[in-house]
Write a protein that binds this ligand. Structure first.
Ligand code: UTP
Length: 285
């Protein structure tokens, strides 16, 4: 019988060099979009998908992420004494009810594929999801991952979230090719525009079979000595049905300064408290 997707792997062991010096001591995933860190936005999306277990793959400099999902006795006691109920609720529900958090370390940044492989002992022999918290998918109606889990439950299909990109930008993404039934047949990492098999780029949401771990163990180091997740997935495409998921909502690449600022503007404009004054101020620029 088909199992549903219960675990999500959040690889957060990268160095976050594009945001230095901000990310010297603060993990990139703790940068806020308005008032929530990127990592929390990812966990909330996973919660809407019915995910029960969050597996963080971290490194030594990322302890603040674990603390964010833990109890902070001193802060809670102070807020309680001051009768700040809304703030107290916000601090207590960083990890939604019913979700558990496991943390594994990636001892060295050997690539995204290697980071995912580090989660194997915790995920076990189960299909699972992977989310890259830098890719914030703003879907006010639902959750990208929830739609991908539904696709798995309804059609037993694994999936990769994809987005149309301009042809001149294919060399910044993993790009997929599809067969006549809409199934993914190949994946190429960062192809030059003239050889890209399509303009459908993979973004940071994946629903993957348990066999991904075995596939990643076979992957040889690619460019820069890194083990790529793309290579592991590519070796499974012949034996497992993978579909592209064209998600609803807007994706912000919060690993880049432009995308990060755009995400803040989008959420700032919608904010009940400051939205109107923010918009008025933007118009004066
Ligand atoms: P990025 O390519 O965005 O790298 O990784 P990065 O280190 O986070 O950021 P920059 O490019 O230096 O600014 C994509 C995702 O894979 C994780 C990252 O934490 C991020 O979520 N990752 C990458 C790992 O967990 N381990 C690795 O060895 C590499």
């Amino acid at each position: 019988m088909t199992q549903t997707i219960l675990s999500v792997v959040l690889p957060v062991a990268g160095l976050g060099t594009r945001f230095l010096p901000a990310t010297k001591a603060v993990p990139k995933e703790m940068l806020p979009v308005l008032d929530k860190p990127l990592i929390q936005l990812a966990v909330e999306e996973a919660y809407k998908a019915g995910i029960k277990q969050v597996v963080l793959v971290t490194s030594a400099s990322k302890r603040a992420i674990e603390d964010h999902f833990d109890v902070n006795f001193e802060l809670e006691a102070t807020l309680e004494a001051r009768n700040k109920q809304a703030m107290l609720d916000a601090v207590r529900t960083t990890l939604p009810n019913g979700m558990t958090l496991a943390v594994v370390r990636q001892p060295k940044a050997l690539g995204l594929g290697h980071a995912v492989l580090c989660a194997a002992p915790v995920v076990g022999n189960q299909p699972f999801a992977v989310m890259l918290p830098d890719d914030f998918i703003d879907d006010t109606q639902g959750s990208c991952l929830a739609d991908m889990v539904a696709l798995y439950n309804n059609e037993q299909s694994y999936s990769l979230a994809v987005e149309e990109v301009p042809r001149e930008k294919t060399d910044k993404y993993g790009v997929v090719s599809l067969d006549g039934n809409g199934r993914i047949t190949a994946m190429v990492e960062k192809p030059k525009p003239e050889v890209a098999p399509s303009t459908l780029a993979v973004v940071g949401r994946y629903v993957l079979p348990a066999e991904t771990f075995a596939a990643l163990r076979e992957v040889k180091e690619g460019a820069g000595g890194e083990i790529q997740l793309t290579d592991g997935i590519a070796s499974l495409l012949a034996s497992h049905a993978f579909k592209p998921h064209r998600f609803k909502g807007v994706r912000f690449d919060c690993g880049s300064k432009l995308g990060y600022l755009q995400a803040n503007v989008a959420l700032g404009l919608r904010d009940k408290e400051i939205g109107q004054s923010f918009q008025a101020w933007l118009k004066t620029l």
